[in-house]
Design a protein around this ligand. Structure first.
Ligand code: GLU
Length: 464
């Protein structure tokens, strides 16, 4: 049997991190078993679905590298098929027409509530002859759900879950306006797409018991179900805006790498020994549903940031250079000139050592394209005392006499410090302040070499 999974977002909002993790688990599970990963856009709620949201979801998945094995299926396009299955169930006597008016249904709900019962449909049209239907009322089609016994689900994450069939009422599969309901459409689509494993958030667990009845009524084979726990904020509450970034693309804005986010989301609620840092290949190799825990996980932004720093350090320099150059104008208000890519490439190994996000990396790269005289941060300014400026005045000609290679710069700085009776840091710190306007940068030799002789000397000259 070829394993086929699907991620089935509703385009009524953003792709949030819970959805992204569901997509990731579906993707990894399919890949691990040599199967296929599909996407279905559940756009049947026409009033709330937007094309913009579809695009945001697809962009988010692409950014995360969760590429499906076929073009996305749009649920709204399958409507005729959903209707066909509902009609087939009706023809087989597994469903029936219900002519209740909205007023009757409201009354039924209110009575149930008043009597402290859950508001369920009472089945009044289940065995009634449609010939007795009131004139002018269009019927809805309801599934004849079993009334006795129980439905048992062997969930791959939740274990065995049992619900008494008396808890289920006869749900509508086709509304009186002829449109299929969402619960029904999902079953038909999963069947038609030959989905073998439905991996989704555990907020869908109760739906599953209703959906199973449709599979049974159609005589279709059930897929395996895995309901994965939701992600909560660090305080244990449902994740929301106030916990920080929630939409996947916001993480991109905030300078996270997609690899880091996937790695983090995987480790959140799935365990494999102590290994924290896993490449996509390792993830595919190791992932299976038996490692998924049952408890809700808590989003920990500090941990994600730490992991992001690890991923930054092993990211390809050319990619980081391109990303920083794209961010610099807006984030730091600097103009990007021709020589910048080259300077950044030389300095990237040192810059990425010190950054946790692409935002940090961009901020710490900005000095390369600033104009003389630089704006100098207060902390850096404090290092540029009268003595320090005089010291830089004596150092400048020595630097000017070098070829600005790392070896010569290093030897010159050491010899200068010794001659001045200073430690290397006492020379490097004010020099760094003059060159970068800040107190942090990669090694001083690398910084000088990346800026080059003309620019370095002009920056030193500006503070002396
Ligand atoms: N469309 C549903 C959602 O976005 C998912 C349904 C499913 O996975 O079966 O929550």
């Amino acid at each position: 049997m070829k394993i086929r999974t699907r991620f089935a977002p509703s385009p009524t909002g953003l792709l949030h991190i819970g959805g992204a993790r569901t997509a990731l688990f579906n993707f990894l599970f399919a890949r691990h078993h040599g199967g296929q990963f599909l996407i279905r856009i559940e756009d049947t709620d026409k009033a709330r679905s937007t094309q913009e949201a579809v695009q945001v979801i697809l962009d988010g998945l692409e950014w995360l590298g969760l590429t499906p094995d076929a073009a996305p299926v749009f649920q709204s396009k399958q409507e005729a098929r959903h209707v066909e299955v509902a009609r087939a169930l009706l023809a087989q006597g597994r469903a029936y027409e219900c002519y209740c008016t909205p007023d009757e249904l409201r009354e039924m709900r209110e009575t149930a509530q008043a009597e402290g019962r859950p508001p369920r449909y009472d089945g009044r049209w289940r065995d009634r002859d449609p010939a007795t239907a009131p004139a002018g009322v269009k019927p809805a089609i309801r599934l004849k759900a079993p009334r006795e016994g129980e439905t048992v689900l062997e969930d791959l994450v939740q274990g065995t879950v049992t619900v008494s069939n008396s808890e289920l009422d006869d749900m509508i599969i086709l509304r009186s306006d002829g449109t299929p309901t969402y619960l029904h459409a999902v079953v038909v689509d999963d069947h038609d797409m030959e989905i073998t494993h439905v991996i989704r958030g555990d907020d869908h667990l109760t739906n599953t018991f209703r959906q199973i009845q449709i599979y049974h009524a159609m005589g279709w084979e059930l897929p395996k179900f895995a309901h994965i726990p939701l992600i909560h904020g660090a305080d244990g509450a449902k994740l929301s805006k106030r916990h920080g970034a929630v939409s996947i693309l916001e993480f991109r804005e905030q300078g996270f790498l997609p690899e880091a986010l996937c790695n983090y989301l995987l480790r959140l609620g799935w365990g494999h020994g102590d290994s924290e840092f896993l490449s996509r290949d390792e993830q595919v190799k190791l992932f299976d549903l038996d490692g998924v825990g049952r408890a809700a996980s808590r989003m920990d932004y500090a941990k994600l940031t730490h992991l992001n720093g690890m991923w930054l350090r092993c990211a390809d320099d050319a990619r980081l250079v391109a990303d920083v150059i794209a961010r610099l104008p807006e984030q730091c208000g600097v103009t990007v000139n021709n020589g910048l890519a080259d300077k950044l490439s030389r300095l990237m190994p040192g810059l990425k050592e010190r950054a946790k996000t692409l935002l940090d990396l961009t901020t710490s790269s900005a000095f390369l394209s600033r104009q003389v005289p630089l704006d100098i941060e207060p902390k850096a300014l404090a290092l540029l005392t009268t003595e320090a400026r005089a010291m830089l005045g004596r150092l400048a000609p020595k630097l000017a006499a070098t070829d600005f290679s790392l070896a010569e710069l290093d030897a010159t700085l050491r010899a200068f410090a010794e001659a001045e009776g200073l430690k290397l840091g006492q020379v490097a710190q004010p020099l760094r302040a003059a060159l970068t306007g800040s107190t942090m940068s990669p090694g001083i030799d690398e910084t000088l070499a990346a800026l080059g002789a003309t620019e370095s000397l002009a920056r030193i000259q500006a503070v002396i």
